[in-house]
Design a binder for this molecule. Structure first.
Ligand code: 5AD
Ligand code: SF4
Length: 417
């Protein structure tokens, strides 16, 4: 989401006559687009910011802006901590960048912005195969550990006609794949709901694949399962954050589903779409998590066999309920549990990837491979990375690739005539 927000900032700057440089020392404007989902991201940002301060000595015209969730969270306190910062704007106020660069005064833009979904922002995407498209902003869920509802504000869906015309334009520019973005895409609601939006996007010529992130399990509807099953361009992959395998912890997290309910959704997905890939997010060491709760999470991973997970150590965030809960666990315990989760999942992913050896999969070629196991890289519809050997000019095409080897984090293949 932040990467795409940066593309919006680039779009605005381009309209204002800016060009980008790979050399920060040459820049007249440096924007930090920050993340505050966990403490580590925040610490990293403040140390980077300190490093860039000296650039002002080399270039007195340099202006420094802080954007994103830390900007929203800290507001003008950032000026106190770093007086050399010129402008602070949150994720709901990206458009204010335009006023800042034209009038140049130091200021803060962190107001709630209910109108954000109606704004049509210019987007500067790097040329490529795949494009992000925002369909909704904000989140209403208030999971007890999460800072997002405080930084990105309430849920607002973009009008479907704005999304449709953006995707039509992307198709004309040659993008083959779009990924729809929202904190909780299942609660997209304008004149149409999410499954119907997918149906309309599916009819746009030129687009080969449609993906979306993220889905909240409580809102995963039979209508969406049908849409994934029936719409040819909608890929067979869903990112469905579980967070914990213990219903007791899920309740404390305010997730509003039990582990059993989650499992029912997984079973419904797999019954209707047998090849679907399911990935998830897990938080290790939530306050009050006992070793039994942790074991329930490990059991859940073994039972469900996700295609991949993102796992994180619990990190207390300002204003969230969990930060004030009793039973915070020492870092050692959280790290130990995280490592157990990751190592169990590694063996599951490896086994799942190995089981694909010998199959033929449809791969959308994206560009040159980095791994050296082939010269091109692409993804299967189930979002698995495949490195394979083919002519470089095939980037952008959908190809049939025979899987020769399943590795830990990717597959290796050979193009089939
Ligand atoms: N601590 C650890 N992980 C978190 N996430 C969100 N907030 C926190 C936090 N305070 C994780 C969740 C979410 C993902 C995007 O980040 O797993 O799904
Ligand atoms: Fe955070 Fe929960 Fe909203 Fe996801 S659904 S952004 S975890 S509050």
């Amino acid at each position: 989401m932040n990467v795409h927000d940066s593309e919006k900032m680039l779009g605005i700057l381009e309209e204002e006559g800016f060009v980008s440089t790979p050399h920060p020392r040459e820049a007249d404007l440096i924007i930090f687009n920050t993340c505050s989902i966990r403490q580590k991201a925040e610490q990293k940002f403040f140390s980077e910011l300190g490093r860039i301060k000296s650039y002002k000595r080399f270039n007195p015209l340099l202006r420094i802006a802080v954007a994103g969730c830390i900007a929203q969270q800290e507001g003008k306190a950032i000026f106190k901590r770093a007086p050399y910062v010129d402008f602070v704007f949150g994720p709901q106020n990206i458009l204010s960048l335009r006023h800042f660069v034209s009038d140049g005064r130091s200021s803060v833009a962190t107001e709630e912005n209910p109108g954000i979904a109606e704004e049509v922002l210019p987007v500067r995407r790097s040329p490529g195969i795949s494009a992000w498209v925002t369909i909704m902003y904000g989140c209403n869920n208030f999971c007890s550990y999460c800072v997002v509802p405080y930084t990105r504000g309430r849920e607002r869906s973009r009008p479907s006609e704005h999304i449709l015309s953006e995707v039509s334009a992307l198709s004309e520019q040659g993008f083959g794949e779009i990924t729809l973005l929202g904190q909780n895409v299942n609660s997209y609601k304008s004149d149409v709901g999410f499954p119907e939006l997918l149906g309309r996007l599916d009819r746009i010529g030129g687009i080969k694949r449609i993906r979306f992130v993220t889905s909240h399990p409580k809102d995963l509807s039979p209508g969406l399962i049908n849409a994934i099953a029936e719409l040819p361009k909608v890929c067979e992959h869903i990112h469905l954050p579980l967070q914990s395998g213990s219903t007791r912890i899920l309740t404390k997290m305010n997730r509003r589903y039990s582990f059993e309910e989650y499992l029912e959704k997984v079973n419904a997905l797999r019954a209707r779409i047998p090849d679907i890939a399911i990935t998830t997010d897990i938080i290790a060491g939530f306050p009050g998590e006992t070793s039994d709760d942790h074991k329930s999470t490990l059991r859940a991973l073994s039972e469900i066999e996700f295609d991949g997970i993102f796992a994180f150590m619990f990190s207390p965030r300002p204003r969230t309920k969990a930060a004030g809960m009793r039973g915070h666990l020492p870092e050692e315990t959280r790290t130990g549990r995280l490592l157990e989760i990751l190592s169990l999942q590694d063996s599951i992913t490896e086994r799942k990837n190995a089981s694909l050896q010998g199959s033929v999969m449809q791969v959308l070629a994206e560009g040159p491979a980095e791994s050296g196991n082939g010269n091109l890289t692409g993804r299967t519809r189930t979002n698995k990375i495949v490195d394979f050997t083919a002519h470089e000019k095939m980037a952008g095409q959908q190809l049939k690739v025979a899987i020769l080897r399943g590795r830990k984090h990717s597959l290796e293949g050979k193009i089939v005539d």
